[in-house]
Design a protein around this ligand. Structure first.
Ligand code: SF4
Length: 141
């Protein structure tokens, strides 16, 4: 099983703490997160545009999945990590590249207009991966 991900979601996963746009969105993202946490050799493939996380975005909310700015953010984050469109990497390789190439302080500029950025969870997620190269357990819900 290869999980299809767009660029910015490589970092969103590091900051995920079980919260999101709707209950169904969280269930889907938790499944992807737990797969990568428990089986870090799982392959992810970098794609352009809506991915396996966007697939559960609630249909009754205004989506940002096709916004030009989000595509630009995907490109910036993929370039920083060093992964190209169409490439398949193990999740553990993504984490290693984040440690080598991304700093927690990068979130402020890469994600300056994301609604989740002010909570600081993604900055924390990048900082965590520098200390321990695996995803954290999710908080009890
Ligand atoms: S700040 Fe927003 S776009 Fe950036 S990693 Fe976090 S959730 Fe994703």
């Amino acid at each position: 099983m290869t999980i299809k991900l767009r660029g910015h979601h490589l970092l969103c996963l590091l900051g995920f703490r079980g919260k999101g746009y709707s209950a169904d969105f969280c269930v889907n993202m938790t499944q992807i997160y737990e797969k990568l946490r428990q089986e870090p050799h799982t392959l992810i493939q970098l794609i352009v545009g809506p991915d396996d996380i966007c697939a559960a975005f609630p249909t009754d909310q205004v989506s940002h999945c096709e916004n030009r700015r989000v595509y630009t953010q995907d490109e910036e984050i993929a370039r920083l990590i060093g992964i190209r469109i169409g490439e398949s990497w193990t999740w553990s390789s993504v984490c290693e590249a984040v440690v080598a190439r991304v700093q927690p302080s990068d979130i402020a500029s890469l994600c300056h207009d994301c609604q989740w950025q002010p909570y600081g969870l993604c900055r924390e997620g990048v900082a965590h991966i520098h200390q321990e190269p695996r995803l954290r357990s999710l908080p009890e819900s």
